[in-house]
Design a protein around this ligand. Structure first.
Ligand SMILES: *Cc1c(COP(=O)(O)O)cnc(C)c1O
Length: 431
């Protein structure tokens, strides 16, 4: 296949863009080779600058749940554009999207829009501290909550459990109030509560999606809920990835979780930069201008972004694709496992709703440590074979694949054929 133009623009891009990307995963570091430079996308497909066509399972890491350039959404964006780009004052679109989101989340009375998931999370943490008057936060290793200083710990290194910064430039002081626990291990949470008095909250991805898809055990979430409330801390559900992904609303409802604060992003912007955090009235009334917790944003609630988000959610609600997502993900799981079995490659598949990914390991993946047992060389081979056969999945073993409503039967068949070829290649190389 030809990737000449991607190579050309990637090389040229190095001069004025850091690593020729604006977010590290786009550089394909963990799979090697040249990252695709994208020209355009439509429906279930994405096209690189060499005009190669791919079935898109990246979907911009989640937001494009309706596929690319949905015609209703695009028309609503155009309408909004004709009214102006940003006003520095409230406009009606913000009210509409806020109502839609609050109605879909029983745990949210009020919401504040921001511009990214990172901003949503860092504001939610500030809010938990403001509300409880306490300082410490518990996060789980392998969960990613954006790149705010306090949360850039144990998002992927061997230093995970030591509460050491996961990035250069993060001051020790910024993470000294961050405690690390293990996903699906309630004792690791209880230990912190036994030792520390001033824990403001626990933040969790209710379905982890940033170490690959990892489901919580039912008992774990239930116990987590009771431990957190017993200690008068807040439970922060980071649903930036899972919000509107597996149901119209939050994964928290599917899992029976009662979040105190919820963080959103990705799907709620439909492809524009939107994040949000929300909670019941008594918590949200801490936020300025109602309360004493300050948080602001020049472009927050941007009218074009609100129009895109609202239109996307409205269309999602109408389509109600969630049952079908579940079914298709089930077929996909079956196809991956059959291919793995046929070529004798050790693979686990985890999925939840429209999030799914294979792990190249024989261990059941239930937390970050077991995710780390994967054979990333096998993933690398698998990834590039899929690219060669027109299937674009995230360039990392530790990312979820996403489904869109545009993913068709013929896309499915093509994907399964590609997976079989890729699995055969993995098997050959492993011998
Ligand atoms: C993507 C993601 C974030 C960060 O959102 P950005 O918009 O990239 O800042 C935070 N939490 C979770 C669970 C995410 O998946």
């Amino acid at each position: 296949m030809k990737l000449e133009k991607s190579i050309y623009y990637y090389t040229k891009g190095q001069k004025h863009l850091v690593g020729a990307v604006n977010s590290p995963v786009r550089a394909f570091k963990s799979v090697g080779g040249v990252p695709l430079i994208i020209e355009k996308a439509k429906g279930s497909k994405i096209y690189d600058v060499d005009n190669n066509e791919y079935i898109d399972f990246v979907l911009s890491y989640g937001p494009m749940i309706l596929g690319h350039r949905n015609k209703y959404v695009e028309s609503d964006i155009k309408k909004a554009l004709r009214k102006g780009y940003t006003f520095g004052a409230t406009s009606k679109g913000e009210l509409k999207l806020a109502k839609l989101v609050c109605d879909a989340f029983p745990s949210i009375d009020k919401i504040r829009f921001v511009n990214s998931g990172t901003e949503a999370v860092l504001s939610a943490i500030r809010l938990a501290r403001a509300y409880t008057g306490k300082q410490k936060i518990i996060k789980f290793s392998g969960c990613y909550h954006g790149h705010a200083d306090a949360l850039l710990v144990a998002a992927g290194s061997g230093l995970a459990t030591l509460s050491l910064p996961g990035s250069d430039g993060v001051p020790k002081d910024a993470v000294k109030n961050t405690l690390i626990a293990e996903f699906n291990n309630i004792e690791s949470v209880k230990k912190h509560f036994a030792k520390h008095k001033d824990i403001a909250g626990v933040i969790i991805e209710p379905i982890a999606g940033n170490m690959g898809v990892v489901q919580p055990e039912a008992k774990f979430l239930k116990e987590l809920q009771s431990v957190v409330s017993k200690h008068k801390a807040l439970l922060i559900a980071d649903e930036v990835m899972t919000g509107f992904r597996s149901k119209f609303g939050g994964a928290q409802d599917l899992l029976g979780l009662k979040a105190d604060i919820t963080c959103l992003g990705k799907v709620i912007g439909g492809g524009f930069p939107v994040g949000a955090y929300g909670a019941r009235n008594e918590i949200m009334e801490m936020v300025a201008p109602l309360g004493s917790m300050y948080q602001a944003g020049t472009l927050s609630g941007n009218p074009i972004a609100m129009a895109c988000g609202y239109s996307t959610l409205k269309e999602l609600k109408r389509k109600d694709p969630y049952k079908k997502f579940n079914k298709v993900a089930g077929y996909l799981e079956k196809a991956i496992l059959e291919a793995a079995h046929k070529y004798e490659v050790e693979v686990q598949v985890n999925r939840f709703g429209s999030m799914i990914n294979p792990f190249f390991t024989k261990e059941k993946v239930t937390n970050f440590a077991t995710a780390q047992s994967c054979n990333t060389d096998q993933f690398k081979t698998f990834f590039w074979k899929l690219i060669e056969h027109g299937v674009f999945i995230p360039p990392s073993q530790f990312e979820s694949w996403f489904l869109s409503t545009k993913f068709s039967k013929s896309d499915f068949e093509k994907t399964v054929a590609a997976i079989n070829i890729a699995m055969e290649t993995v098997a050959k190389k492993s011998k």
